[in-house]
Design a protein. Sequence first.
Length: 331
Amino acid sequence: MKTITVFKGDGIGPEITEAVLNILDAAKAPLEYEMFRVGAAEYEENGALIPDAAFASFEKNKVLLKSPITTPVGKGFRSLNVTLREKYDLYANIRPAKSNSAVKTPFQDIDIVTFRENTEDLYVGVEKQIDPDTVYATKIITRKASTRIITDAFEYARAQGRKKVTCVHKANILKQSDGLFLSIFQAIAQNYPDIEADDKIVDNVCMQLVMRPQQFDIMVMPNLYGDIVSDLTSGLIGGLGLLPSSNLGKDYAMFEAVHGSAPDIAGKNIANPTALLWSACMMLEHLGEMEIARTIRRAVDQVLAEGSCKTPDLGGQATTSKYCEAIIARL
Ligand code: NAI
């Protein structure tokens, strides 16, 4: 048995966490959980976003399954996600977007993995008011952080037998910061002659993703573009309810859905738990439990293909619990 830490989060967080843990238990995943409520609700009641015991649990277990957390816009506390990524140096945010033939979208045969640098860029959150009408925000790009995420993208491509890595940037305008990221990419690409390397400007990438997404394989980019572009890739495969992610560092690993706390549908038992479930599958793979991950993925595919039990975001009418029961029935 392996003990992992679980953060239940805000909004739809508790509902989808419960659904996912029920499926993991039904699949006989050899896991025990230390569960914590974190986020806005915890903050309002106890004055801390993450209780000390929750930090301690993650530091002990090293593996965290996290559901989404509400972050106030334009005021209030700093994003807890950004804090966690920085504190535990979870520098590699990996977001696989793959078409599922049972989920109809205008786009077919998409299989894109986004490698998003997770610790710097504009997300360092250093903003300075110069005068009442002017604010500066700091964008940080370093050789160290760029080198490790770009290397990880190429290593992943090689390990998974993928063909191409595309660097996404805006080095035509941000000549020094994105220019550094791009020059590091070009240097590292020389070490991987077996993998095609190309680069594209981020605005062009957004257009190309909608016109001809099949041309992309692995994409690597700084933090802000990674945040935006990976949401776009989730739209290509059927929406945010389907996009999982891992946040990996040298010592710690955190797995979470890409979507947020979806306050508009919270408490209604209609959220799609698939993105968190697939994140849990990435976690199982990280822990070496390949067969259980495969079994769960197969059960989800069967339920989606059968078609009568889809959540509303995928055009169905099933509740979160019914969908979860259907997956369990096929395990
Ligand atoms: P969101 O991702 O929560 O929702 C966007 C839209 O997608 C909504 O219409 C929502 O109903 C739908 N949606 C999202 N996940 C879904 C699911 N599993 N099943 C069905 N529909 C789903 O983004 P939004 O509204 O911009 O953010 C809400 C809050 O979440 C904010 O406070 C934001 O800061 C936070 N957030 C947290 C993240 C995290 O904890 N990793 C990531 C993104 C946002």
